[in-house]
Write a protein that binds this ligand. Structure first.
Ligand SMILES: *[C@@H]1O[C@H](CO)[C@@H](O)[C@H](O)[C@H]1NC(C)=O
Ligand SMILES: *[C@@H]1O[C@H](CO)[C@@H](O)[C@H](O)[C@H]1NC(C)=O
Ligand SMILES: *[C@@H]1O[C@H](CO)[C@@H](O)[C@H](O)[C@H]1NC(C)=O
Ligand SMILES: *[C@@H]1O[C@H](CO)[C@@H](O)[C@H](O)[C@H]1NC(C)=O
Ligand SMILES: *[C@@H]1O[C@H](CO)[C@@H](O)[C@H](O)[C@H]1NC(C)=O
Ligand SMILES: *[C@@H]1O[C@H](CO)[C@@H](O)[C@H](O)[C@H]1NC(C)=O
Length: 173
């Protein structure tokens, strides 16, 4: 049994029990490096001030050649003398996920962005992909207050192509 996944599962279960308490979450920075500009180009990767204590995430990128084999490594980091790994760390077959929606932790991320993105279909992915004005950050897990970094490293055909990394601050109720 994968210990990390088990940990995430238990965390998730605890999250459902505690989800009536909505923590305050504010995204503070977004970084989207492309590791292969001839496959993935970012036009836009920015936060906009949505209101005084809310920001929205806006991504706009072009995939220049069809991508049929997409994996993503998701890691959550928490700041404490630099960023340290925090509970969530998994590797996912994104094409399989889009067919079956079969990963409990990634489903949380997917449920947050599905309404505001253009990626609601199965592989292949090619052309313009966007996430527009994403601001409803709701984290159904009990997490301690602090500064966090959500890292998503995307590979096509097993090779790193780009990352979508979002920094956020969380304040427990
Ligand atoms: C970069 O993208 C090009 C164009 O799709 C592709 O042919 C090449 O294999 C990619 N390189 C790496 C290291 O993934
Ligand atoms: C994406 O960015 C490009 C280049 O900045 C822009 O021309 C295009 O209108 C943007 N598209 C969307 C849907 O935001
Ligand atoms: C956001 O700011 C407004 C006004 O400054 C305040 O009324 C509201 O309670 C704040 N929301 C949170 C979740 O802190
Ligand atoms: C997505 O849209 C559906 C239907 O419009 C709505 O019920 C749901 O609350 C929305 N979810 C998010 C996260 O915005
Ligand atoms: C995503 O696509 C599926 C299949 O076309 C559809 O049933 C579902 O309502 C779509 N969801 C959103 C949020 O657009
Ligand atoms: C993401 O991939 C890049 C390129 O291989 C690598 O430099 C970076 O350390 C990776 N980050 C994580 C969090 O795995």
């Amino acid at each position: 049994m994968n210990v990390k996944l088990l940990g995430s599962g238990l965390l998730l279960f605890a999250g459902f029990l505690a989800c009536s308490e909505a923590p305050f979450v504010k995204m503070t920075n977004a970084k989207c490096p492309s590791y292969n500009e001839s496959w993935v180009q970012f036009h836009y990767c920015r936060l906009k001030a949505y209101s005084r204590n809310k920001t929205s995430l806006n991504l706009n990128l072009t995939i220049l050649e069809p991508a049929n084999n997409i994996h993503v490594r998701i890691k959550l980091m928490k700041r404490a003398n630099g960023y340290k790994p925090f509970l969530v760390d998994f590797y996912l077959d994104a094409c399989a996920f889009m067919r079956k929606r079969n990963h409990p932790v990634f489903r949380i991320v997917w449920n947050l962005i599905k309404n505001v993105s253009t990626v609601n279909h199965t592989c292949p992915y090619v052309g313009l992909q966007t996430i527009s004005d994403f601001h409803r950050v709701e984290i159904p897990l009990p997490m301690p207050s602090g500064e966090y970094l959500y890292l998503a490293n995307w590979t096509f055909d097993g090779r790193p192509q780009f990352a979508t990394n979002v920094y956020f601050t969380l304040v427990e109720d």
